[in-house]
Structure formats: structure tokens, C-alpha cells
Write a protein that binds this ligand. Structure first.
Ligand code: ZN
Length: 262
């Protein structure tokens, strides 16, 4: 059984980026790195190194603040500031950029925790809610009209600036038949929840505590079994969890996943 997936890694660079990427290269796994502008400004060498080794780099905004907590103007200023740093990294790596891709920090797209318009998602609403709350028991309140207007303005900005989504072949109904498929920011179809194993999150009451828990999450996810669809996997490049992240990717390769380049 073989299944196709894109590995997307948020929050790069970290002190472990080089080690993480050499382990992925050894496993023949390409990845798209969504970089934080503030981290990139502090350690551009790690991202130049990544580009030189064939990893694609995308924008994860500058300060990792939620778009709901920023004004529209602040949010686009952060996107532009991060774009300039990414362009510089590609220039210094002597590599042509193939596309502009963006993912909102916390997948907050400007309208709070409510990721897509719940009403428009119709029967898929519950799947989307559990995907984006990452298995957490949190209650999301619906966005205000101003939130929705900000979200739409940000989509328009991304479209106008030439941002695209590089993922092909995602046929899961709640992705292909909803706002997700038309978005100009990059979403995902499975979160490996690696971030839950950082010390500060282990201290909280989240559902996954061990690498075995995360492997079980992969094994039990009903949508990951769909061989006809390509999957978009969300993982992280953060201190403390490098081994966790790699263990989940390795588990997926053992389960027959092939990772695609964008
Ligand atoms: Zn992030």
C-alpha cells in the first residue's frame, strides 16, 4: 500500500534545523519549511543551508502572532517583512525561488480559531473542527463580521501578491469540497501533533503524551487511510521535539507513505 503526502514543517529555523534536515535527507523525505521571519532574521544560515540542500521555503509570518490579534495592516507588514528575508535567503543560496507559499501561525486566518466558515463547510464542519483543534477539547466561538471581513481581505492580499498553494491531488471531501481548496494560504489535512510533546505542553492536559501516542494517532486517523487522496502533513521544527518529529515521519514511511516535493 502506497500513499502520497507532502511533509510541511512549521516554525523553522530552530537550533536543530540542520540535524533535522540531514535526517530527512537520509530518509529521502523532501519537505516544505514554513519559516518564522523572526527566527530567520536570527539564523539565516540554517535556511540558506536548507535551500542549498533542496528544501523549499515558505512564509509563516514574522512574529508568530495570531492574525486575529493583529490588524490587517500589521499582518500584511509581517508577511512582507518575512518575504524579503526569504528572498534574501534564496539569493544567498544562489537558487531560484519556485513559488510563494504562506501559512498563518496557529492556522489563525484572521477570524480566530474558526478556521473555515463553519456554515459553508456544512456536513464537513465537524471533521474540520476536530482537525484544526488538533484533538483538543476547546470550544470555538463563531467569528464576528469584522473577523470574516479581515480574513477575506487577507485572502485577497495573498492572491494579489501571487501566493499559491502547491499541493496537488488532495481529494478528501472536506478539503476538496470546501473553502480549504480555494484558499490562498496553505492548510493541511493531518497534524502529527508533535508540538504536544514539548515540556510546556506536556504539563497541560493535551491528549498525546508519548511518541507511541502519536504513532497511534497516525494509525487511527480515518482519513489518512484514503489511498486515493494525497495528504498534507503538518509537523514542526522546534527545540526539544526533533526526535519526536522524526519518529512520526519514520512511522509514516513504514506505513507506506511516500513524501512528495512541491
Ligand atoms: Zn507555527
Amino acid at each position: 500500500m502506497t500513499k502520497n503526502a507532502y511533509l510541511t514543517i512549521d516554525d523553522s529555523p530552530s537550533p536543530h534545523t540542520k540535524a533535522l534536515l540531514s535526517a530527512l535527507t537520509a530518509m529521502d523525505v523532501p519537505a516544505l519549511l514554513y519559516v518564522r521571519g523572526d527566527h530567520l532574521a536570527n539564523d539565516m544560515d540554517a535556511i540558506i543551508h536548507a535551500i542549498e540542500r533542496g528544501f523549499a521555503v515558505a512564509n509563516h509570518n514574522y512574529s508568530h502572532r495570531r492574525a486575529s490579534d493583529l490588524s490587517y495592516e500589521e499582518c500584511i507588514a509581517e508577511i512582507i517583512k518575512t518575504e524579503k528575508l526569504i528572498d534574501e535567503a534564496y539569493r544567498r543560496a544562489n537558487t531560484q525561488r519556485t513559488g510563494k507559499y504562506f501559512r498563518f501561525p496557529h492556522v489563525d486566518r484572521g477570524a480566530g480559531g474558526w478556521i473555515v466558515d463553519y456554515d459553508a463547510a456544512g456536513t464537513h464542519g465537524d471533521v474540520l473542527k476536530s482537525l484544526f483543534t488538533d484533538g483538543l477539547n476547546i470550544t470555538l466561538s463563531p467569528p464576528s463580521e469584522a473577523d470574516i471581513a479581515k480574513k477575506q481581505a487577507l485572502q485577497h492580499f495573498l492572491k494579489t501578491e501571487g501566493f499559491t498553494v502547491p499541493f496537488r491531488g488532495v481529494t478528501l471531501p472536506w478539503y476538496a469540497q470546501t473553502e480549504m481548496a480555494e484558499a490562498y494560504d496553505c492548510l493541511y489535512t493531518f497534524s502529527n501533533s508533535d508540538w504536544m510533546l514539548t515540556q510546556r505542553h506536556l504539563a497541560r492536559d493535551w491528549p498525546y503524551k508519548t511518541i507511541d501516542d502519536l504513532k497511534r494517532k497516525i494509525d487511527d486517523d480515518p482519513w489518512l487511510h484514503d489511498e486515493n487522496s494525497t495528504h498534507i502533513i503538518l509537523a514542526h521544527d522546534q527545540p526539544e521535539i526533533q526526535d519526536v518529529t522524526l519518529a512520526t515521519v519514520r512511522h509514516m514511511t513504514h506505513k507506506g507513505f511516500t513524501f512528495l516535493s512541491v
